[in-house]
Each structure stands twice: as C-alpha cells, then as structure tokens.
Design a protein around this ligand. Structure first.
Ligand SMILES: [Zn+2]
Length: 379
C-alpha cells in the first residue's frame, strides 16, 4: 500500500457561487474557499493553473488574434463566397476544424467556431500546441507536469480530448492499480451542461449529482489502496446565466469601416477586441464604441491590473467588454443565444472559481496558487 495519493480534480466552470448554493461535496471536501479567477476564458485560466504564471507572462488569452504576417487561414479566401448559413453549420465547422488542425500540425485545442470564412485570412490562432505537453506554453514556461516528471513520484493525467466518463474511468483504473501518487483529473462536462441550460435546470442538477457520486466513488476506492488520500477539487472560472443579448456586431458592421483595410477585430462571446489600421478609423471607432450602451471599453490600467496587458498588443489594442449575463449574438464564437456564459469582469461573484479540499494546503486565493499546491505535492 502506497502511503499517499494526491488527487487534483479540475472541473471546468465549477464556480464558487454554485458550490455555495449547492453545498457541493461538503462532507467529502470540507475545506473550501472562493478562488479568484482571471479576465478571459478557459484558454486564459488553464495555462495559469498549469504554470502559476499570469496571462501576460504565459501569453495565452483567447484563440484568435490579428495575423502579424501571413495568416495560416489564407486558403479560406477561396471559401468566402459560401453562404453564411452553410459556412456556419457546426458539423461543417467541426469537420473543417479537424481537417485544418491536421494540415497545420496543430496539437492544441482547435475549433473554428463561427468565425466568418471571409475574416479568417486576417487572423491567426494562438493555441497551436497542446498546453499540457512540454513546449506547449507560448511563453515557454514549464507546466506542473514537468515538475511531476522530474520528481521521484509516479504521476498520471487525463487526456483533455476525451470525455469525463473516459477520464474518470482512467483515473479509477490508475487508483485501483495503486501505483500512482499524483493524479490530475480533467473534467469539462459541467461547463458544457451549464452553457447549454444555464445554471438552474434539472439537467444541471443531475450533472452535479452525477459528478459528486463519481468523485465520492473515486475517493472510496482510493481509501482502500492508500494510507492517506488528499483530494483537491478546483475550477478555472464560474458561470453566469445569460439574461440579455447584444447585437453590437451587426450594428458595428453597418459602420463605414472596412475589415482588413481599416481595422481587424475578433468578436468573442463576451468581449470584442480591435486593432486599428489608421488614426482616422481609431478616432471615429473609439468614439462610436464609447457611445454604445452594451458594455464598456477597458482601460490599459484595468488590463494591467488583471495581468492581461500583453506585449505587442497580441490580443488587441482595445477591448470592449459586456457586463455579466450579457452575450454578443451573433459573435465569432456563437451564432445564436447560449443560456450560460463566462468571460466577464473577474471580480463579479458569478465568475469566481473555487478551491475545495479534504486537507490542509498552502492557501489558494487565486488561480496561480493552485500551481503552488501541485508543486508542493511532488516535493
Ligand atoms: Zn465554458
């Protein structure tokens, strides 16, 4: 019997609000607190959990950016004539995404979402490499798995490409074998269910219950194979119910500025990011943006305080952010309404992540602290 198992369970979008509201897994994981999230999406937060670094250091934020030189999506110029309703179809998109990722040798998470084919030739993609593998972090930082690999302990982790059932089964067989000492379980089903139904729905309650049962089952099995089982459950961010939609992208498109000539923009679900190609457009467009009631332009001070003032303005010269509960419909990420969303002001209560554990650890107040606990566990 091995003396100790350290199990780190990542649950995408398991926010502190939901944990509190549901008294989630209180008896299994009694030590719990709110964990501050970051401005951005999982694409921003997950690299921070894996490296302990802030976004401006590790270089990850969102998937699409303005292409600095030649775009990897030049080919899409030939497809720009396709009617949007065909080009936007998710099956068409998924096929093309898979085929394109292979063609470009991308090993990271790759999805074209609803980015119009006509805009793709102006854009580049950031998460080209698998962030869980060595060399996957843009800033070059090693991830926690390199520390685990260098340690004397036996470790394993999920495959993020697989669903929760496969990953929980994998964790279970590793625990039953009784050799692993450090385990990273990746789960994303709660995120998917809350995007689909919002946070208040019987389907969401069922998903929470099911996940709790599975973690309790893993804990039970582990207790038979190890003297001490340390379980840590955490998330990258929370989830808001979407109560209002913004058609700002359509209004913007009716303005005189031309994409590619006057500006480049990426419309994420909850923020729009702009690069202006001439002073006249910059002045006029900023004036227009300030007049819109949908959300607000962020200041550099704000971005800096959030650790998101990127060198070379990689992710945009200007960021326009919607308030919690609001969604761009359409955007480059979604064509239609989505009941649950995240990616707002990180200080909003809905956005907070969580840290739940059954033991004493270093304090975890914000996402980089999770890395410190994972690092300490292999010492
Ligand atoms: Zn999500």
């Amino acid at each position: 019997m091995k003396p100790r198992l350290d199990m780190f369970v990542f649950a995408d979008a398991l926010g502190w609000e939901q944990v509190q509201k549901r008294d989630y897994l209180k008896s299994l994981l009694p030590n719990r607190n709110r964990c501050e999230t970051l401005f951005g999406y999982s694409s921003t937060c997950d690299p921070t959990i894996l490296t302990g670094c802030l976004p401006y250091e590790h270089g990850h934020f969102s998937f699409f950016v303005k292409a600095q030189s030649e775009s990897p999506f030049e080919d899409f110029k030939a497809l720009a004539w396709l009617p949007d309703r065909i080009a936007a179809h998710h099956r068409v998109r998924n096929r093309i995404s898979r085929w394109y990722a292979q063609k470009l040798n991308y090993t990271g998470y790759f999805q074209l979402y609803s980015v119009p084919f006509s805009k793709l030739p102006y854009l580049d993609y950031t998460e080209k490499q698998d962030i869980y593998e060595k060399g996957g972090i843009i800033g070059g930082q090693p991830t926690i798995f390199e520390s685990w690999e260098d340690s004397a302990k036996v470790w394993c982790r999920s495959d993020w490409r697989l669903g929760d059932t496969a990953n929980i089964d994998h964790a279970r067989s590793e625990i039953e074998a009784g050799k692993v000492e450090l385990l990273y379980l990746f789960t994303a089903h709660l995120d998917a269910v809350m995007h689909r139904y919002g946070t208040n729905d019987p389907a969401v309650d069922a998903a929470f219950d099911d996940f709790a049962k599975k973690l309790t089952m893993l804990a039970d099995i582990a207790s038979r194979h190890y003297k001490e089982v340390r379980i840590h459950l955490f998330s990258d961010h929370g989830m808001s119910d979407v109560s209002s939609k913004s058609d700002m992208m359509l209004r913007w498109n009716r303005q005189p500025w031309r994409y590619g000539r006057d500006y480049t923009a990426v419309w994420d679900s909850t923020m729009a990011r702009f690069w202006f190609h001439n002073d006249r457009t910059r002045i006029e467009a900023l004036q227009w943006l300030t007049q819109q009631p949908d959300g607000q332009l962020l200041t550099d001070e704000q971005l800096e305080a959030w650790g998101c003032l990127f060198p070379d303005r990689l992710y945009g010269e200007y960021f326009y952010l919607l308030p919690a509960g609001s969604l761009f419909v359409p955007s480059f990420l979604n064509q239609r309404h989505v009941p649950g969303m995240h990616g707002y002001d990180p200080s909003h209560p809905d956005c907070a992540a969580c840290w739940l554990t059954n033991c004493e650890t270093l304090p975890v107040r914000s996402l980089p602290d999770i890395f410190s606990v994972m690092k300490e566990s292999c010492a």
